[in-house]
Design a protein around this ligand. Structure first.
Ligand SMILES: Nc1ncnc2c1ncn2[C@@H]1O[C@H](COP(=O)(O)OP(=O)(O)O)[C@@H](O)[C@H]1O
Ligand SMILES: [Mg+2]
Length: 490
């Protein structure tokens, strides 16, 4: 076995099915990995203490991954494991990712860029913890595939990009794609939400300060421009940036250099700026809220994320992806539930879809999602479903029924439709009621009420809810018992 230079991280290659091919070997080497081919678990234990990575081939299930994780754990090692899976084995890929694989690559993937990305994932980022799970990103609708292809091209050019689209549509996800597919993938990805910060703090966060620059500046602080050195700085909600900072940002972008607050030293800028907004910046320019010259400076490439309802091909794959993220089980999505997801307007876009699917996993006990498990955000904010005219306004149940049932849509996972990009933890987006039981009951109450209000009989309502009339009677009794008002429904 060839020795490897100490500075090059070692990847242990475990693939009893096939030898390491020259193309894989080259890809790893080109992306800065030393490779050692191992055959057995004993080999693994002998070399794992020196390794930065284990690369594992999975063929039928994740037993091998579990065994490797177990051995590493017993040896007190937290060596990350990359799994290689045939690109048609979607379930296996998702399972491996759920079980804690650092990332899952197609066995056929011999691109050095993929292995470079693994490097990047190992580097602790300023933005996420090393434990953040890697999630599949879905781009299935033809318009999304087109956008992904464009993003990958734009990523190669080191230019500023502006991402526009409604809230929850995936602007930050696309910003990460731009970063991961760029030559800066090994550098940091640093994000700042301009809407979430007070004005004076944005300036300090971006530019940093020298010790004593202002009262309370006890030590020097690097700004985000510096922290993102060699990588990407994502300026979210740039439309909310105050005017005087817009001027300062423009100057920095023109001169490619900056100074910290209270400092003299000129710092050279080496970041790529990706900005995002859900505002109509042209209107903001007309209203003198946004600088036109800054707009042209940041919008070298402008990419638009469509609202989710305008890319229906993404809806079911995103829903499935979200279910699998909750639990690595074979989920079923009832044709009528699919129909409801496809017909809903999704004012909160993908973020709302994630919320709806998370609620569904709480309500559903048998991994078969029916219409009864789907609670849309609109319903929750409208309070009492029947009183709020829910059925006629937001869910056209009668129409849904008149339409032919759609067959279950398989979740595709073939490149380039689905990319593997680490996403920020979704926890922030989860509704976390203090009392989950009551939230679940309230949701159930609302769906039952809405269905009863829109159907001629309880038998019909039960059918539409995907439960037996007996279960419906039982649920109504239960809801009454919990003091929920069923007066309008019964
Ligand atoms: N194409 C996608 N594939 C998988 N998840 C997505 C996709 N687009 C958005 N999401 C998820 O939806 C949520 C909102 O996305 P985000 O990028 O934060 O939207 P925005 O920045 O436009 O408000 C996040 O949890 C993100 O992971
Ligand atoms: Mg955002």
């Amino acid at each position: 076995m060839k020795s490897h230079p100490v500075s090059t991280p070692l990847a242990l290659w475990l693939d009893p099915e096939s030898p390491l091919g020259a193309d894989h070997g080259q890809a790893l080497q080109m992306s800065g990995w030393a490779v050692m081919v191992i055959q057995t678990m004993d080999d693994l234990m002998a070399h794992a203490p020196d390794a930065a990575l284990v690369v594992l081939h999975l063929t039928t299930d994740i037993t091998r991954l579990k065994a490797v994780q177990h051995l590493l754990q017993e040896a007190g090692l937290s060596t990350p494991v990359v799994c290689r899976v045939d690109r048609h084995e979607l379930d296996l890929a998702v399972e491996a990712s759920q079980a804690g694989a650092l990332t899952v690559l197609a066995t056929q993937d011999v691109r050095p860029a993929s292995w470079q990305r693994v490097h990047a994932q190992l580097k602790p980022s300023t933005h996420r913890s090393a434990q953040t799970p890697v999630r599949q990103v879905v781009f299935v609708d033809p318009s999304s595939q087109h956008l992904l292809a464009l993003a990958r091209k734009v990523a190669q050019a080191d230019v500023t990009a502006l991402l526009v689209g409604p809230t929850g549509s995936g602007k930050e996800v696309l910003a990460r794609v731009l970063h991961e597919a760029s030559g800066r993938a090994l550098g940091p990805f640093v994000a700042l939400n301009c809407a979430a910060m007070p004005e004076n703090l944005i300036e300090d966060m971006l530019f940093g300060h020298e010790k004593g620059a202002f009262t309370g500046a006890h030590r020097e602080q690097k700004g985000l421009f510096e922290q993102a050195h060699g990588g990407t700085l994502f300026l979210d909600e740039i439309g909310e940036m105050p005017m005087h900072l817009q001027s300062k940002l423009l100057r920095v972008l023109q001169e490619r250099q900056l100074t910290r607050l209270g400092g003299q030293n000129v710092i050279q800028l080496n970041v790529r700026i990706v900005a995002a907004t859900n505002k109509d910046l042209k209107k903001a320019i007309a209203e003198r809220e946004f600088r036109e010259d800054l707009y042209y400076r940041i919008a070298t490439f402008r990419m638009r994320l469509l609202p989710l309802r305008e890319r229906p091909g993404d809806i079911i794959p995103l829903a499935m992806q979200c279910l699998l993220q909750q639990a690595a089980q074979p989920w079923r999505l009832h044709p009528q539930a699919q129909q409801m997801l496809l017909q809903y307007a999704w004012p909160g876009n993908v973020r709302e879809l994630e919320n709806v699917m998370r609620r569904a996993t709480v309500l559903c006990t048998d991994h078969h999602i029916t219409p009864a498990h789907l609670m849309f955000d609109d319903w929750l904010t409208q309070g009492h479903a029947a009183d709020a005219g829910l059925v006629s306004d937001s869910l056209h149940t009668a129409e849904a029924e008149a339409m032919p049932a759609v067959p279950p849509v398989p979740t595709p996972m073939v490149e380039p439709m689905v990319a593997s990009v680490p996403l920020p933890s979704a926890e922030a987006a989860v509704d976390q009621p203090t009392d989950l039981q009551s939230a679940v009951r309230l949701n159930e109450h609302q769906v039952i009420m809405a269905t009863l209000a829109s159907t001629p009989s309880k038998t019909e309502a039960a059918k539409r809810l995907g439960i037996s009339p007996r279960t419906l009677r039982y649920k109504l009794a239960q809801l009454r018992e919990h003091g929920l008002n069923m007066a309008t429904a019964c």
